[in-house]
Design a protein around this ligand. Structure first.
Ligand code: GRF
Length: 200
């Protein structure tokens, strides 16, 4: 299956997908960043994957999303993977890729949609935190969850430590979800995530 990965930054999740899925179940046909300095672009080039920049700065959501779609669609991807992609997408864009776009969000959804999830978990006194892979729907970080990983929160944690602990799990579960989708074991049906015919 053909996969396009969208990034904004370091690209640790991208690297995990390259290492665990590329040239196996998935062919990562392009990596697109909305920031020219994203280190993930280097990771793509090193893996000889087409690395593109579509700048978001100073553009309306509508214009940026139209440009992004125009960059993605020539690759005819089966799946679009948001991997640390830090832009909110328009409903039109989301509908266009409905059922074939995944995101990873660093919280145990439905807890803490949006930003600063690690600090929010600490501030709330949570003893458990984690990360969720979900299908993207029009509701921000609100689509059906595919897989979650849990991590403990320790009394002396700060957001940085917690972020690292969460990322160690992200690089394990995101490639797995991509593999499931590419093997046609995972799909979105009637707003539900379905794995091997069972609603998750
Ligand atoms: C991840 O923690 C992801 O959950 C969040 O942003 C981070 C991206 O990291 N949305 P990377 O670019 O994959 O290293």
């Amino acid at each position: 299956k053909k996969v396009v990965v969208l990034i904004s930054g370091n690209g640790l999740n991208l690297q995990a997908i390259i290492d665990q899925c590329h040239h196996k179940d998935a062919d990562v046909v392009a990596v697109i960043s909305n920031k020219s300095e994203a280190f993930g672009l280097e990771r793509a080039r090193t893996a000889e994957i087409d690395a593109q920049v579509v700048l978001s700065k100073g553009k309306t959501r509508e214009l940026f999303d139209a440009e992004l779609m125009a960059a993605i669609d020539p690759h005819q991807p089966d799946l679009v993977v948001l991997a640390g992609f830090m832009r909110i997408l328009t409903p039109e864009f989301v509908r266009h890729y409905q059922g074939r776009m995944l995101n990873i969000h660093p919280s145990l959804l439905p807890k803490y949609p949006g930003l600063n999830t690690h600090q929010r978990a600490i501030d709330a006194g949570d003893t458990e935190h984690g990360t969720s892979v979900h299908f993207v729907t029009e509701e921000l970080d609100g689509g059906p969850v595919v897989i979650q990983a849990r991590v403990p929160v320790f009394a002396d944690d700060d957001a940085g430590l917690l972020h690292q602990r969460v990322q160690n799990q992200e690089v394990r579960i995101y490639p797995l979800a991509v593999q499931w989708f590419c093997r046609e074991r995972l799909m979105m049906e009637d707003g539900n995530a379905v794995l091997d015919g069972k609603v998750l």
